[in-house]
Design a protein around this ligand. Structure first.
Ligand SMILES: *Cc1c(COP(=O)(O)O)cnc(C)c1O
Length: 378
């Protein structure tokens, strides 16, 4: 059996090696390292793939969130609603911009932001909601859109973990995750579903005015060189990364299908186990692209932590996404947070464990990993 990796980027690369090598060499030979034609090409291809009017590439997924919020022209003290159980980027950029984060508990089945929690969190100062499509599953966007419409709020979707997922509306129509709210953001961090060989990110919108503002912000607020109309940042996707992403985009649907197949096989092997809750799909089959395959281990905290040690001894890497809810992180502590509002996140941080999930998992690896997990619990 091949050595088990949490994410096997090497095997994935080997399958597209000659294509990637040619493309990278061509880019180097062209010497157009910044804003070269490779960036434009990837931008257009991603716009087509997502069926969205504007894609604006940038340097990483955290920048994408910051730039999205900057484009909304919010004022210090404005409140932005976002889930308590996610990576730090959302709350980080909210705080950096002098805005007030309002953290909301999650739904225990999907790990995504709780809809009634959003409703309860809205005040006269609320200006935006940032749902995160956690682990690859799209949040309940119809409900979130209705709430946003009723309360005149912006929606910025953090789509860093769910590129390629579809959301099906009640009338049967579909939209790609990240293109449903006013702005969507994503990350091309190497381990993401569409990963570069370095950092990268992008921002999506249907809105021409927002797109114009965002294009200015990513480039120091310049539309004409050395004339600064806005206070911006420097956030670019470089040409080499774009040339790699342009190739990998052709495989994104296959990659997401491999992840879904692996998740299906894991689910089968853990089915009906009394101490394991396997991930479920809230929507249609294509609403989840399994950036992570995350189990909940019942039977109390120490069992999850003991399982991590046991797997590690069995040469199986795993991850705890995430061990601490945002409201308990030292950097984001605030008197505004009331423990009774975070019952689910406080519980799941002790239960979750993410197993190896990537596009190159083999059946014998999935068998071995699931046997080890079950052996530990039996
Ligand atoms: C990876 C990730 C980000 C940040 O992306 P970077 O490119 O690493 O800055 C933001 N949000 C979520 C949910 C992520 O998983």
């Amino acid at each position: 059996m091949k050595k088990i990796e949490m994410v096997d980027l090497k095997s994935q690369y080997q399958k597209i090696q000659s294509q990637v090598n040619d493309s990278v060499l061509n880019t180097i030979n062209s010497a157009s390292f910044i804003n070269g034609p490779q960036v434009k090409s990837f931008q257009k291809n991603l716009e087509n793939y997502l069926d969205v009017k504007h894609v604006i590439p940038c340097a990483n997924g955290t920048d994408a969130l910051q730039i999205a919020l900057m484009a909304l022209n919010l004022r210090p003290g404005d409140e932005v609603i976002t889930p308590d159980f996610t990576y730090a980027s959302t709350i980080e950029v909210i705080l950096l911009l002098g805005l007030t984060p309002v953290l909301v508990d999650i739904d225990i089945e999907s790990f995504n932001i709780d809809i009634s929690g959003i409703k309860n969190a809205i005040t006269s100062k609320t200006k935006a909601i940032i749902p995160v499509h956690l682990f690859g599953q799209v949040a309940l966007m119809s409900e979130i859109r209705n709430i946003a419409k009723e309360n005149n709020l912006f929606i910025v979707e953090d789509n860093a973990q769910s590129l390629g997922a579809n959301y099906t509306f009640k009338n049967g129509s579909k939209k790609k995750a990240g293109t449903i709210g006013h702005i969507g953001t994503t990350s091309f961090f190497p381990s993401k579903n569409l990963g570069a060989y370095g950092d990268g990110g992008a921002i999506f919108t249907e809105d021409d005015d927002l797109a114009h503002t965002i294009r200015g912000i990513v480039n120091h607020g310049m539309y004409i060189r050395y004339y600064h109309d806005l206070v911006g940042v420097n956030s670019r996707l470089d040409s080499i990364q774009a040339s790699i992403l342009d190739i990998k985009l052709n495989y994104l649907d296959d990659y997401n299908k491999s992840r879904n197949d692996a998740a299906f096989k894991y689910n089968e092997r853990f089915r009906d186990h009394s101490d394991i809750i396997t991930p479920i799909r809230i929507g249609e089959f294509d609403s989840h692209v399994f950036h992570q395959y995350t189990l909940r281990i019942l039977r109390g905290d120490s069992h999850r932590d003991e399982l991590v040690k046991y797997l590690s001894k069995s040469n199986i890497p795993c991850g705890i996404y995430y061990p601490v809810p945002l409201h308990l992180q030292k950097a984001y502590k605030s008197k505004r947070y009331n423990q009774s509002n975070f019952k689910v996140t406080n519980q799941v941080v002790k239960e979750v464990i993410s197993l190896p999930m990537h596009t190159e998992l083999t059946d014998d690896q999935i068998d071995y990993i699931s046997e080890c997990v079950k052996k530990f619990l039996d």
